[in-house]
Design a protein around this ligand. Structure first.
Ligand SMILES: Cc1cc2nc3c(=O)[nH]c(=O)nc-3n(C[C@H](O)[C@H](O)[C@H](O)COP(=O)(O)OP(=O)(O)OC[C@H]3O[C@@H](n4cnc5c(N)ncnc54)[C@H](O)[C@@H]3O)c2cc1C
Length: 388
């Protein structure tokens, strides 16, 4: 067992850090408060080889490992938290599932622009009546000649105001086995995108409506029976979510640590008060422990998909700890931390959302409990289902 980065990983981390300081530091505050996707950063990152880190070279990616992409998130977030979303998009998000399962024609059509930072993709899984119970989704895909006809509504999709293409989970038939996915382009007749709404984080999302929307059959990503594969790909997304939660918690911690060394009250720097020292010690313990869980899940996956259990443990830990640390950091910085002029409050708001997004902490704990007891706990109310 080795708890150190390799020389190659250290060099990579250093090069990303240098890039971030040179290009992203200056506008970090403005970017955090801008709800739109930072295409300028995506194009810069593409030129720097930071898009598609986890995507095979043959598909135009960097052919790196999941750990490389985690390192990139950590280094970028420490300088410009908002820009870490671009690493998420380019290496962890729906793009990763798309690159894994897309046909050569689909990849040829969309991957180059996605990896160049010219186009963004959004994932439509959640529906008004299917949140944690994702397999309750109703959006249907019915065959009609050389097309599928899509009907339904999706909510809360990240990047939806800016996305040019959407990876939509659909139902081809009944049950979990009937679930698959299609790619829908913005502007397809029958596909309307609602007005943007805001999350607490300031990010925007739009309702996606499909009303007899005809999508060519060649846009099917995964047909019936594809749900399991989609969830395996989604575990990569969860690692990106966990990485950002932890990196944002660490960003807040570092700013609070710096503040506590220079801010004086009662004639002494804050860091000389034991009440604050123990807060920082507790935060350090939490950050270090979540970091190990995150690295384990990423390193064991290498270039493949991470294990569902290790991902659940890492995401639950990083989500909770990222938020707790950011929250305590705001407290340790007083009104300065609570101010929008510092990015600490921003990190706290973003971390709060990740406890819900991409598999809430509770749903992950359900998964972990199944591992603990080595049995499945059905969350459904079978009596009510039978009575219907
Ligand atoms: C910042 C953010 C970004 C998002 N991005 C996307 C996206 O890009 N694409 C997309 O499709 N969706 C996205 N979502 C939606 C997200 O996937 C859902 O919010 C999530 O699945 C939870 O569903 P829900 O909000 O409907 O809550 P519900 O499922 O209604 O749950 C409400 C509460 O009950 C708890 N709960 C539910 N069932 C159980 C159970 N069996 N055991 C214990 N507790 C339970 C939940 O943990 C939660 O605390 C995003 C959400 C957020 C906050």
């Amino acid at each position: 067992m080795n708890f150190e980065f390799t020389d190659e990983q250290n060099l990579f981390a250093e090069s990303v850090r240098k890039f971030a300081r040179a290009h992203l530091e200056k506008d970090a505050l403005g970017r955090a408060h801008d709800p739109r996707f930072p295409f300028d950063v995506a194009k810069l990152m593409s030129r720097q080889g930071l898009m598609g880190i986890t995507i095979a070279e043959v598909d135009g990616g960097q052919g790196g490992s999941l750990t490389d992409a985690v390192i990139a998130i950590e280094q970028i977030a420490e300088v410009c938290p908002r820009s870490a979303d671009v690493v998420q998009f380019g290496s962890f998000g729906p793009i990763r599932t798309f690159a894994e399962y897309g046909t050569p024609a689909q990849k040829k059509k969309w991957l180059p622009k996605l990896l160049a930072g010219e186009m963004v993709m959004s994932l439509g899984m959640t529906e008004p009546d299917a949140g944690s119970a994702a397999t309750d989704l109703k959006t249907s895909a019915k065959p009609d000649g050389s097309h599928y006809v899509i009907n339904g509504t999706k909510v809360f999709s990240t990047f939806s105001p800016d996305a040019a293409i959407f990876l939509i989970y659909v139902r081809f038939g009944p049950g979990v086995g009937g679930i698959g996915s299609v790619i829908v382009e913005r502007g397809t007749p029958g596909f309307t995108i609602g007005q943007p709404s805001s999350f607490m984080s300031g990010e925007e999302w739009c309702e996606l409506h499909f009303d007899n929307c005809r999508v060519p059959s060649e846009n099917v990503l995964l047909g019936p029976g594809g749900f399991k594969k989609q969830m395996s790909g989604f575990n990569v997304e969860r690692i990106g979510n966990a990485s950002r939660a932890l990196a944002f918690g660490r960003y807040a911690f570092n700013r609070a640590r710096e503040h506590a060394q220079v801010r004086e009250q009662f004639g002494r720097p804050l860091c000389e008060f034991q009440g604050l020292q123990w807060k920082f010690a507790d935060m350090a313990i939490k950050l270090e422990s979540a970091q190990l869980l995150l690295y384990r899940a990423a390193a064991n996956a290498d270039r493949g998909f991470p294990s569902a259990y290790e991902t659940a443990v890492a995401k639950a830990a990083c989500n909770q700890i990222g938020f707790e640390v950011a929250h305590e950091s705001v407290q340790a910085m007083g009104a300065t931390g609570y101010s929008r002029a510092a990015l600490v409050e921003y990190c706290m708001r973003r971390c709060r959302g990740w406890m819900i997004a991409g598999g809430s902490v509770e749903i992950l704990k359900n998964r972990i409990a199944e591992h603990v007891f080595d049995r499945r706990f059905d969350q459904r109310n079978r009596q009510a289902d039978a009575a219907e």
